[in-house]
Design a protein around this ligand. Structure first.
Ligand code: AMP
Length: 305
């Protein structure tokens, strides 16, 4: 089954303790597509400016990402500049230039409107809502967001919550949105406003999936070398939604497996700048990492006498 994603297609400039990259491929839609395309066909909707090196997206097209919904507009592409200091868990945004995104209205191509899985990646919640008015009864709609939108578009974001099945956000964003310090309470607060599933990511400390009846936890893979954390969240979402689309099932057990696939894909994204590592890996690396995840949490229960 296909996954439709609407998100930013950006040029990122990133500084980490290990190096710098200028104007490299980035954006929530880009990372998501690079990750999800390992599992299922992806339809990407977004906008780029006249300065975007569109030819660099060819590897995505080759991986089965349909770019028919990628608009080319006159003006500057969306640009994000960020820095990570020694705490690689949180990005410091130095600059966000919306460029062509400030006038963007997503137009979902006719052939994309029946996608069974829809991911509203991190963009203006008004645009995320706009997309929902154009799609036809998806099996699952999930969204992501970030501090930038929680601050500037809170009421639109709350309206969006009422219309999605699942939201992914990191712990800081969950606290900011709900004004609850405790994450279990934060998840309950969010579930009351719509989504039946809430995934709270805690960077290198893993991710929780909350539902009304249960909590599931997947660790993050303990990498020895994290190079650039940018895109980990979107790659997580790509692995999660890609796996669901590949298998076509949204029962609890499958959703739990999808969280582990998400965690695995996030761990690849951070090994290099941009989507480099996501484009390089294949099925065998993904399988291997899944096996390592299983080992990471496996133990035999043995109660003392
Ligand atoms: P993450 O997975 O959370 O690390 O997302 C990183 C990506 O989000 C970067 O590639 C940025 O281009 C993109 N990004 C940063 N700020 C925004 C924003 N306000 N709206 C949409 N995308 C953004």
């Amino acid at each position: 089954m296909t996954v439709l994603v609407v998100g930013s297609v950006a040029l990122d400039s990133v500084e980490t303790p290990f190096g710098k990259a200028e104007d490299v491929l980035g954006g929530s839609g880009t990372f998501f597509s690079a990750s999800a395309s390992h599992f299922a066909p992806v339809q990407l909707v977004g906008v780029v400016g006249s300065d975007y090196p569109v030819d660099k997206l060819a590897p995505l097209r080759q991986r089965g990402v349909d770019l028919a919904g990628l608009e080319k507009a006159d003006g500057e592409s969306f640009r994000w500049r960020g820095r990570y200091r020694h705490d690689l868990n949180s990005a410091e945004t130095l600059e966000t230039r919306l460029g062509v995104f400030s006038h963007f209205r997503p137009k979902i191509p006719e052939q994309f409107r029946t996608a069974p899985f829809v991911f509203l990646a991190n963009i203006d919640p008004r645009l995320q809502l706009d997309v929902l008015n154009q799609v036809e009864k998806p099996k699952l709609v999930a969204c992501d967001t970030m501090n930038f939108w929680i601050e500037s578009r809170r009421s639109d974001l709350l309206a969006l919550l009422d219309r999605v099945d699942l939201i992914t956000l990191n712990d800081g964003e969950a606290r900011q949105l709900t004004e609850e310090t405790n994450l279990v309470k934060a998840a309950r607060w969010i579930m009351k406003r719509g989504p039946r599933h809430v995934i709270i990511k805690k960077g290198e400390h893993g991710a929780f999936m909350f539902t009304e009846r249960s909590v599931f936890f997947a660790p993050a893979y303990p990498l020895e070398h994290v190079f650039d954390p940018t895109g980990a969240g979107d790659s997580f979402a790509g692995g999660f939604m890609g796996y669901l689309a590949r298998t076509g099932r949204i029962d609890d057990d499958n959703m739990r497996r999808a969280v582990v696939y998400g965690s695995a894909m996030g761990s690849f994204a951070v090994e290099r700048f941009s989507i480099e590592r996501l484009l390089e890996i294949g099925t065998s690396e993904i399988r291997q990492r899944l096996t390592e995840f299983r080992r990471l949490v496996a133990f035999e229960e043995e109660l003392p006498d």
